[in-house]
Write a protein that binds this ligand. Sequence first.
Ligand code: AQP
Length: 323
Amino acid sequence: MRILSGIQPSGALHLGNYFGMMNRMIKYQQNNELFCFLVNYHALTSVFDANLLRKQTFDAACDFLALGLDPDKSVFWIQSDVPEVTELTWLLSNITGMGLLERCHSYKDKTAKGIPASHGLFAYPVLMAADILLYGGEKVPVGKDQKQHLEVARDVAIRFNNTYGETFVVPEPDIEDNFATVPGIDGQKMSKSYGNTIELFADEKTLRKKVMSIKTDSTPVDEPKPIEGNVLYDLYALFLDDKGKAELKERFLTPGLRYGDVKKELFEVIRDYFAPYKKERDRLAADKQYVLDIMQKGARKARQAAAVYLERARRNVGLDYNN
Ligand code: AQP
């Protein structure tokens, strides 16, 4: 099966990105045809500093490779290295209803948080639909926040096929219940643009500070702690199997538990979980050309796959005027 998903280099990648998408993608590469890319065109909706975008794009490539994305098994590239996606965006734009985009809550959430209300931000889901349809993605692993955008991609594919004849694969979202929405340290969705993230490769001091500032309630120590909506519990549970989760739940329900102690423990759990990847991350970061070569090779493979769908789309809408 062709599995495809992208991630924005709009800031340092975090636990929400990792559990919602990255880790699942890396697992999928064993038995599937994996297409994974860094969506720097999308990041232009919120990053207006060219050097920062360059740095974050390179950092995201290092993160993914260090965590185990295998560029020989998978197709891994940077979105703007296959600019054909912007052409497909235009073809899709003309059959995308305004109402469909107006209903997207991500646009409203982001503008409410101060991200400029640009046409690019509004049209973000059309570019995302093009990302998926250009490569014939069948299944798209995402966090719950992207569910609505996936529905837009499906609607657009269906409408295009109905208007112009069978052209695109209609993609299926793949959302894992356990990791659907990872909360940030303030209890909202963990998000690069909300400043509430726990980064994957933060230095120890920063990581400790972030974990110690996870929002907790004021339940007295000698009372059972709530589980529902408890950010500390939810973040700790990400690292546990069912048995571990049951034990953690039991500890929260037993009077005497101190949130501060659990935070110290969680800091160590996160640090130790990512420690084995950190060395490789540092090695990659110091060998820029090696990483860039991998991304270029990935772009060549992606471009080949894209040609099939773009040619078909151009033909079906009638851009092949010389025929
Ligand atoms: N908190 C989250 N819980 C579960 N999944 C999440 N994802 C992001 N945050 C969470 C998933 O990670 C993938 C890549 O996301 P993205 O960077 O392309 O865009 P995003 O969803 O908008 O992520 P951010 O951190 O919130 O970025 P900004 O602030 O720049 O918009 C997606 O599959 C996403 O669902």
